[in-house]
Design a protein around this ligand. Structure first.
Ligand SMILES: Cc1cc2nc3c(=O)[nH]c(=O)nc-3n(C[C@H](O)[C@H](O)[C@H](O)COP(=O)(O)OP(=O)(O)OC[C@H]3O[C@@H](n4cnc5c(N)ncnc54)[C@H](O)[C@@H]3O)c2cc1C
Length: 242
């Protein structure tokens, strides 16, 4: 049974793009076994010469919702500009998933939850926040989200109206609008000391974003007393710089 499920998850299949908005690409995946909050999928692009490029994208939607991804455009990237600029509703897209059994959250995992995002690292954390709400969980959540500027904040409208029990704290590292009251610097141990739940409350932390962000934040949390097994990390690679 588990073997069949695994084979299906790891088999490439063709999905149909059902909608494209400024923030999300929604996919109609014919053979989708369902996903958990925090998982990702792989996308494979093949050009007319047979050149193949493969990238991973976190699933932005909650379990039970249509599969959606959010892609941050890297101007000099190979795959992300195609996904953000060229893809239209009705297009085919080759993918496999869902993937990942570690960076996931289920209501029975409890909390309080400390969600720490750098740039597009907010994507799987959005899935977790939505899953919490849809499942009726009331665990308290603190989401600390580091972006370069306010314009770079993904899901801004949604995050401006968080569900009850969800606190969203922004850090803008490069430019802040006039009257900005959030943090105006990079996330470091001192900032975390102000924002993180005390270790004594037995929080679970999920840290996601560019590798350097994840390293800095997870090390600081462990140094502040978080048990390493309660600090879950997902590295998106060298990209970012938040
Ligand atoms: C589990 C997981 C989940 C992810 N989820 C998301 C998500 O939800 N949203 C999202 O936007 N991204 C996500 N990513 C990142 C994503 O997979 C891609 O890495 C990202 O979209 C960049 O791909 P690209 O092809 O556009 O850029 P690439 O062509 O891969 O380039 C990336 C950067 O590296 C630099 N670079 C490329 N080649 C070299 C080289 N040889 N030497 C030096 N620098 C180089 C480029 O200048 C560019 O800035 C995730 C990654 C992982 C591993």
């Amino acid at each position: 049974m588990a073997g069949t499920a695994l084979r299906r998850r790891l088999t490439w299949q063709v999905a149909k793009v059902s909608a494209v908005t400024a923030e999300t690409i929604t996919l109609d995946v014919p053979d989708w076994p369902g996903h958990q909050a925090g998982q990702h999928l792989d996308i494979r692009l093949t050009d007319e010469d047979g050149y193949v490029a493969e990238r991973s994208y976190s699933i932005a939607s909650a379990p039970g919702e249509l599969v959606a991804i959010t892609v941050e455009r890297l101007d000099d990237g190979e795959v992300s500009p195609y996904l953000t600029d060229e893809l239209r509703a009705g297009d085919d897209l080759e993918l496999r998933g869902p993937i990942g059994g570690y960076f996931i959250w289920e209501p029975e995992d409890g909390g309080p939850l400390l969600l720490l995002a750098g740039g597009s690292g907010v994507v799987p954390l959005r899935s977790i926040v939505r899953h919490r709400e849809r499942s009726g969980s009331t665990v308290p959540v603190r989401l600390l989200y580091s972006s370069r500027t306010l314009d770079d904040v993904i899901y801004r409208a949604e995050l401006d109206q968080p569900a009850r029990g969800v606190e969203v704290i922004h850090a803008l590292t490069r430019h802040q609008p006039p009257g900005w009251t959030g943090y105006a610097r990079r996330v470091d141990a001192a900032l975390l000391a102000e924002v993180a739940w005390p270790a004594a409350e037995m929080p679970v932390a999920y840290v996601c974003g560019p590798t350097s962000f994840v390293e800095t934040v997870s090390q600081a949390l462990v140094q502040s007393g978080y048990p390493p097994q309660r600090v879950k990390t997902e590295r998106f690679g060298a990209t970012g710089g938040t």
